[in-house]
Design a protein around this ligand. Structure first.
Ligand code: HEM
Length: 454
C-alpha cells in the first residue's frame, strides 16, 4: 500500500515535471470525452500508427536494399555461382532475407505492415462512411482523408516493384498502363515515372517515390488531417437527431479526459499489440521471395498484383472493359468519394436514416470483396457478360431489397410510436428522443444534451 502510494506520487511528480517543462498542455492534442475510449473511435490513429511502423521498418531495410537492376555477379550471400547474375535489387532483398540477422522478420513485417495499413485505412474509411462523420463541419477532413487513402495505395504500388521479382515487374507494367491513362494526370505523370524508358529509370523512380515523395506527401497531408481533427474535435456518435451539435464547446473540452497521457497511453497499448501481432505473423509465415526479373525459368509467371489491386485487374478481365474504361470507372468512383459530403445532404448521421448512401456503401464493399476473391482465383481469365451479370447483379438486387424493407419497417414503426405518443413532432426531429425498438440507444453525450445548436 505504502509502496503503491509512493509509486503513484513519484509518477505524478515525473509527469508534472514533463508537462511543465515542455508546455505540453498547450500543444498536445485536445481532450476527448470518456465515451471515445473504444477502438472504433480511434481507427484513424491505428492507421497513423501503422504508418509509423512502416517508416521505422522501412528505414532499417534501407540500410541493406540497393535500387539497381544491374547484375550483381556476387553471391547475394549464398555460395558463389548459384545466383551470380541476378539484378542488384532482387539480390539485396535476397540478402536481407537470408543473411541479415532478423532480416526475414524485418522484411516480412514491413510487407504485412503495408497490408495492415491499407486494410486499416479501408476500415477507417468505411467506418466514417457508415457513421456519417463526413458531414458538416468535417467535409475537408473527409477530402484530405480520401487523398490519404490514395497515397496509401500509392505506397503499396511503388513498393511492389522494389524487390524486382518477375511477378512484381509484370504487375507494375499493367498498373502503369492503367495509371498513364488517367485523364489529365496520366500524360503529366507518364514522363516522370518512366524517365528515359529504361528498367533502371523506372526502378529508380519507383524507389524515390516509395521512400521520399509519397511518404512526404502522406506525412504532410496527415498533418493537415490531424490539424482539422484538432479544430473540430471527434465526431459525436451517429444519431437520427437532425439538430445534434457536431462540435464541443471550449467549456465541454475542459471537462474531458486530457489527451496526454490518457489517450496517448490508450493508443500506445493498441500500437504495441499491433506490432506484436505483426511480428508474430511474420515469424510464423515469413515471406517467400519469388524469382527475379529476367530469370528464364520465370517465363510462365502469371501477372498478379497484391490483393488490394486485384479488383482492378479483374475489372480489366471483363469482356469489353478496356484499360480506359477501367480507369474511367475508377475516376468516377474517386470523384464520388471526394464529393460524398456534398451529395449526402441529410442532417441525421445514423445509417438507418441514409438508406440510399448505405446501399451504395454496402454494395461497393461487397463488390470489392467479390472482385478481389475472383481476381485471386482466376487472374487474367477473361469473363464474359453472362458471368458478370450472374455474379454482380445479386449484390445490388439483394442489398436494394434488404435495405428498402428494413427502412420501410423502420419508418412504419416510427410513425406508429409517434401516433401512440400523440405528438406532432417532426418525423426526423424526434428520432433521437424516441428510438425505435431494436435501434441502438446511445448514451446522451454532452453534445447531444447541450441546449444550444451549432
Ligand atoms: C493514411 C490514412 C489515414 C490516416 C493515417 C488517418 C488518420 C486519422 C486520425 C489520426 C484521425 C483522428 C481520429 C481517429 O483516430 O479516428 C482521423 C479522423 C478522421 N479521418 Fe482519417 N486518416 C486516414 C484516412 C482517412 C480516410 C481514407 C478518410 C475518409 C475518406 C478519413 C476521414 C477522416 C475523418 C472524417 C475524420 C474525423 C472523424 C471523427 O472525428 O471521428 N481519413 N483520421
Amino acid at each position: 500500500m505504502a509502496f503503491e502510494s509512493w509509486f503513484n506520487r513519484t509518477l505524478n511528480r515525473i509527469w508534472g515535471f514533463v508537462e511543465d517543462r515542455t508546455g505540453m498542455p498547450k500543444w498536445a492534442l485536445r481532450p476527448q470525452p470518456a465515451f471515445t475510449f473504444k477502438p472504433s473511435y480511434w481507427t484513424g490513429a491505428f492507421v497513423a500508427n501503422s504508418f509509423i511502423f512502416q517508416i521505422i521498418t522501412g528505414m532499417l531495410l534501407l540500410l541493406y536494399y540497393q535500387p539497381t537492376v544491374n547484375p550483381t555477379f556476387t553471391s547475394c550471400g549464398q555460395p558463389l555461382g548459384s545466383l551470380s547474375s541476378s539484378p542488384g535489387a532482387w539480390c539485396s532483398t535476397f540478402y536481407i532475407i537470408h543473411s541479415v540477422p532478423m532480416g526475414a522478420l524485418l522484411l516480412t513485417s514491413h510487407l504485412y505492415g503495408a497490408y495492415a495499413m491499407i486494410f486499416l485505412a479501408f476500415v477507417h474509411f468505411f467506418r466514417g462512411y457508415y457513421l456519417g462523420v463526413y458531414k458538416r463541419p468535417r467535409e475537408l477532413s473527409w477530402i484530405v482523408g480520401t487523398l490519404l487513402l490514395l497515397l496509401t495505395l500509392g505506397m503499396g504500388f511503388t513498393g511492389y516493384l522494389l524487390p524486382y521479382t518477375q511477378l512484381s515487374f509484370n504487375a507494375t507494367q499493367v498498373g502503369l498502363v492503367l495509371a498513364l491513362r488517367l485523364p489529365y494526370a496520366g500524360p503529366l505523370i507518364g514522363p516522370l515515372i518512366l524517365g528515359d524508358g529504361t528498367a533502371q529509370g523506372l526502378l529508380s523512380r519507383m524507389f524515390a517515390a516509395h521512400v521520399v515523395l509519397v511518404p512526404l506527401a502522406l506525412g504532410a497531408l496527415l498533418y493537415a488531417h490531424i490539424a482539422l481533427f484538432e479544430s473540430h474535435g471527434i465526431a459525436p456518435p451517429a444519431t437520427s437527431d437532425p439538430l445534434q451539435r457536431r462540435r464541443f464547446t471550449h467549456t465541454e473540452d475542459q471537462q474531458h479526459v486530457p489527451f496526454m497521457p490518457h489517450i496517448l497511453f490508450y493508443i500506445t497499448k493498441w500500437a504495441l499489440l499491433y506490432a506484436g501481432i505483426l511480428f508474430g505473423l511474420a515469424a510464423l509465415w515469413p515471406w517467400d521471395l519469388p524469382t527475379y526479373v529476367g530469370n528464364l525459368a520465370a517465363a510462365g509467371v502469371v501477372t498478379e498484383p497484391d490483393w488490394y489491386f486485384l479488383w482492378l485487374f479483374k475489372l480489366v478481365d471483363f469482356y469489353g472493359v478496356t484499360p480506359i474504361i477501367a480507369v474511367g470507372a475508377t475516376t468516377v468512383l474517386m470523384l464520388y468519394v471526394l464529393g460524398l459530403p456534398f451529395l449526402d445532404r441529410s442532417k441525421p448521421t445514423h445509417p438507418r436514416d441514409r438508406p440510399f448512401f448505405i446501399f451504395l456503401a454496402t454494395s461497393l464493399l461487397e463488390f470489392f470483396i467479390l472482385m478481389t476473391v475472383w481476381g485471386g482465383l482466376t487472374p487474367g481469365v477473361q469473363i464474359l457478360i453472362p458471368a458478370i451479370v450472374e455474379r454482380l447483379a445479386p449484390i445490388f438486387i439483394v442489398n436494394a431489397v434488404v435495405i428498402a424493407v428494413f427502412h420501410y419497417r423502420y419508418r412504419l414503426s416510427y410513425r406508429r410510436r409517434l401516433a401512440a405518443q400523440g405528438t406532432g413532432a417532426r418525423l426526423e426531429g424526434a428520432y433521437s428522443t424516441a428510438p425505435s425498438r431494436g435501434a441502438p440507444v446511445t448514451t446522451p453525450t454532452a453534445m447531444e444534451v447541450a441546449p444550444t445548436r451549432e
